[in-house]
Design a protein around this ligand. Sequence first.
Ligand SMILES: [Zn+2]
Length: 310
Amino acid sequence: MHRRNSSTASSVCPRFLCCPILLLLLLFAESAHAQSCGAHGIAVQVLGSGGPELQDKRASSSYLIWQDGRARVLVDAGGGSALRFGESGAQMSQLDVILFSHFHVDHSGDFSALIKSSWFEDRKRPLPIYGPSGNDFMPSTTEFVSDFFGDQHGAYRYLSELLTPNEEGSYKLQPHNVVAGSTPVEVFRSDDLVASAVHVIHGAVPALAWRIELAGKVVVFSGDTNGDDPGLPRLAHNAVPEGAQGLERRLHMPPSVIGQIAADAHVKMLVLSHRMLRTLGQEDQTLFQIKKRYSGPVVFANDLDCFPVK
Ligand SMILES: [Zn+2]
């Protein structure tokens, strides 16, 4: 098992302000066998490709970033994704960080199941968790975690050793609230891994888009958004040279907007997830709209699909 010290930073990365290079990236589309995803190099694995509806027969939103056989980043943890996590062969003890786009159930419903499973693993180092700050409508990330594992009022306070500083236990969860605007902010850094966020518009729900840079590759997750915000294109535009960036987005962002953002950001491959009943079966029309603006490859994701990032 790898053990690395995590470090955090909340300042704006100067690179975002001066890097003139577009990034485009690339998720190459050969889908690898689920159990071997990320065995060599960097890969993105879709744990959940569906929306909130169980009848789509897909796990809800969740994604893993692999590096050389180790699951390093988990983005969102919607319902059903804990099972997919196990099926992927990943272990919670491998993760450097968990990132949340927002706290709708279909992006966070299996969080507690993943944490409970981790209790049986040999993890000693803290597990940082980053997500949006709250408002009157939604909890902040620290509130969300505390609502489960807080020793006073947590629903699962029998596991409060994972959160309460003075309780003895295996390891500690370290939740953080991310305050982000439309300019990307570096939020987390650990060795060759950097996670940055921008605010995106998702109705009244505080929501983030994430960019993960790992070993020179870049992957962008749009999260849920209507696409009206300026931050997402900036997040996609500003990246390290020779990186790769994939763009994951929600289908209720109109395909025309998806295509425009993908084109503006020069993404090498667009992976469409969060597939809901109202869009399943509409792939041809969706593709037609996207292709009017974006000429690169477009893939409709399924659970456990694996996309090597080259
Ligand atoms: Zn949502």
